[in-house]
Design a binder for this molecule. Sequence first.
Ligand SMILES: Cc1ncc(COP(=O)(O)O)c(C=O)c1O
Length: 386
Amino acid sequence: MEREVKILEFIDLKAQQKRIRDKIEEAIKRVLDHGRYIMGPEVEELEKVLARYVNVKYALTCSSGTDALLLSLMALNIGRGDAVITTPFTFVATAEVISLLGAVPVFVDIDEDTFNMDVGLLPVCYEQAEHKGLRPKCIIPVDIFGLPCEYERIKEFSKEKGLLVVEDAAQSFGAQYNQIRACALGDIGCTSFFPAKPLGCYGDGGAVFTEDDYLIEILKSLRVHGQGRDKYENIRIGLNGRMDTVQAAILLEKIRIFDQEMELRQVVARRYVDLISEYAPEIKTQKVPEGLRSSWAQFTVKFPSRELREKAQRALKENGVPTAVYYPVPLHLQKAFAYLGYKRGDLPVAEETCLKVLSLPMHPYLSEEEQVRVVKLLGDILKKSL
Ligand SMILES: Cc1ncc(COP(=O)(O)O)c(C=O)c1O
C-alpha cells in the first residue's frame, strides 16, 4: 500500500494570502477603479512607507531587484574600465548588471560561517582589479539569505579606497545591522519584491534606497527612459523600470503585517537552530554575528559533505519535504562569466559551500510540528550515514 506523506511548502505564500486576501482584493479593486495603472497614487504612497520603514530619505520603487541594481550602477556611472567587487555566492543578477554595463565583476571569496563576502580579502581583490588595469569603483555586498554583511569593515575599506557601496539587499529587507535596517547600509540599497522574498508582491518588483538628493534625481530620470522635464525630453540613456501600480497596492497591504511576519521568522529560525543542535548537530547553520538580525529569506544549512547533502535532499523529498540548493554553482564558474578567466580553485570557500549547502522550508507560518518533522528526518539520515 502507498504510504501517504504530507507535503510541506518550501515557502508558504498561500497561508499569508489567506490572512489578508480580502484586503488585497480591495486594494486591487481600488486600482481598477481609478485606472492609473502606471505610476498611480499607490506608487508614491509605497515609496513613502518604504523610506520610513528603512529610515532613509528616499525610496524609489522599480520593476525588479535586478533593475534596482542596474539603475544604481547606472546612476553611479559604472561602465567600461571599472571593476566592481562582489561575491560569487549569490543569484546571477548581482554580477550580471555589472557585466551588462561593460564593467568587470571581481569576485571575492566568502566566509565559511556566514556565507557572506570575506571582508579580510577585499584588499587582495582590489589589487587584483588594479593588476588587470581596471579602476576599482564599487563594492556590491550581498546580504545572503537575509543576513547583513560586515558593513563597518566594508565601509572602512571603501572609505580608505574611495569606493562606493551598493548593498544588494534583495534577500534582506527587514534585516538589521546594529539597529540599522538593511537597504540603509550602503551609499545605495537595493531590494527585490519577487514573490518568494521576505516582502514579496504578486509579480516582479524592487526598490532603491538612498540618502543622496542628487542620486535620487538621477535614479528617477533613469527609471523612465532618462527623462528630463518629462518623458519626451530625454537627457540620458535610461530604462523602462517602473513598478506597476497594482504591485504597489499589494505591497501596501503586505507591509502592514510585515513586522509581525519578521518576528515569526525569528521564532522559526531560532527553533531550527535549537532542533538542529539537538537532533542533527553534524549540520552547521548560518552564523549570525552579534548585533545582527537576519530576515531569514532562506534557512540554509551546511552538511559535512556533498554526498550527505544529496542523500539528505533525496530522503527529505521522499518524505514530502521540499528543499533547494542555493547556489549549486558559484558565479565565477558559470559559463556566462567564463570570459573573466576564473578557474576551479580560485575561490575555494564559495566552491565548497555550493557543494554542501541546502535550504530548508522557511516561512513565517511554519509550525513547530513541521520543523520537528524536518529536523528529525535529517537526524535519522545522518545517523544512518555517519
Ligand atoms: C541576491 C539577489 N540579488 C538580486 C536579485 C534580483 O531580484 P529580482 O528577481 O527581483 O530581479 C535576487 C533575486 O532573486 C537576489 O536574490
